[in-house]
Design a protein around this ligand. Structure first.
Ligand SMILES: C[S@@+](CC[C@H](N)C(=O)[O-])C[C@H]1O[C@@H](n2cnc3c(N)ncnc32)[C@H](O)[C@@H]1O
Length: 320
């Protein structure tokens, strides 16, 4: 991919005139953001001893290599989503799973919800563009449920679990989803390498499927994602940091914003705090990223080159 040529094309098409230093700064960020975080393909062992898959297409693993696959499912998704607390009280719990991948989040959620309430009705809808060719089994207590899930794709109803997988681009398939979900697990690849899954427009579709008690969770704390959530009216908080990964994000439509002052002011003042835009929900990820970075540059220029000190992760509110 010739990023230089893509940026040049974009700037020409938009009839923008940007100084050379700006083009250079844009390219430097784009190169850094799109650089693979891992090389290779196939199954990889995490530092916690369980397994995940490396994606050569996105240049990253399906799960955190430092936090471990199961650790990430529990700490970044299931626990902050409060699905377990809801399952203790409610007859029925529902989950919208964005990015089914290896099915780990789904299998771990089913197992743990069953543990707290054997009679709860569990309804899960997953979205996935492309199922992987090989799927390492989940270890120990999750293995049987994970295997059963994969043997019965794309949908089944059994033992109080109703599961359905919608294959294809989630941006397209989301249009046919209706109703409200107790939790949304947003687990696409990282925002800068899979930007089409993190746009303001896609997130607004997810908001459409959430009620006052619903909780959206993700492992990311990326500024463009948090900014989009804020613009959509979500209250944000940070989830616990696991392994070497920074804390993720939890978003609800009611309640207090618990993001902390440092992060909040970053969301107000940083030129990087702009959402990814994808008005047709059909744009290529790299074009969304270029458009974002160019808008950042225009804002920086309008602000006279002012950039607040490099913001770092703030502890924010708890995951509970
Ligand atoms: C990090 S992995 C998900 C891991 C998964 N949640 C698990 O527990 O095993 C990200 C997933 O998002 C999917 N994805 C990326 N872009 C997508 C799109 N436009 N529509 C639907 N799925 C997409 C990828 O194919 C990949 O399976």
């Amino acid at each position: 991919m010739d990023l230089g040529a893509l940026v040049e094309d974009f700037v020409l098409k938009k009839k923008l005139s940007l100084p050379k230093e700006s083009i250079k700064a844009i390219l430097t960020d784009l190169v850094a953001w799109t650089k693979p975080s891992v090389e290779g393909a196939g199954i990889a062992r995490t530092e916690k001893g369980d397994f995940t898959l490396l994606s050569p297409k996105y240049g990253e693993p399906y799960h955190s290599l430092s936090a471990g696959a199961v650790g990430e499912c529990l700490e970044k998704f299931l626990l902050p989503s409060r699905l377990l607390q809801k399952a203790e009280k409610q007859k029925r719990v529902s989950l919208l799973d964005v990015g089914f991948g290896l099915g780990y989040n789904v299998a771990v959620a089913i197992k743990k919800i069953r543990d707290v309430n054997p009679r709860a009705e569990i309804e899960i809808l997953s979205l996935e563009k492309e199922l992987p060719q090989e799927v390492p089994p989940l270890p120990g207590e999750y293995r049987a449920i994970h295997e059963r899930l994969w043997n019965r794709l794309p949908e089944f109803e059994d033992g109080g679990v109703s599961f359905k997988l919608l294959l294809g681009d989630a941006r397209e398939r989301i249009r046919e989803v209706e109703g409200f979900f107790d939790a949304v697990f947003h687990d696409a690849f990282s925002p800068y390498r899979n930007s089409e899954m993190w746009s303001l427009e896609f997130l607004s579709h997810l908001k459409r499927l959430m009620g006052g008690e619903s909780i959206w969770v993700s492992y990311t704390s990326a500024l463009p994602v948090r900014k989009a959530l804020r613009m959509l009216g979500f209250k944000l908080s940070s989830t616990r940091s696991v392994g070497r990964k920074r804390g993720g994000t939890k978003a609800c439509l009611v309640g207090e914003d618990g993001i902390g002052q440092v992060e909040s002011s970053k969301l107000e003042t940083s030129p990087y705090a702009l959402p990814f835009l994808d008005p047709t929900l059909k744009e290529e990820g790299i074009q969304i990223l270029i458009d974002y970075r160019v808008r950042v540059e225009l804002l920086k220029m309008a602000q006279g080159g002012f950039e607040p000190p490099t913001p770092r992760f703030s502890a924010g509110c708890s995951t509970s």
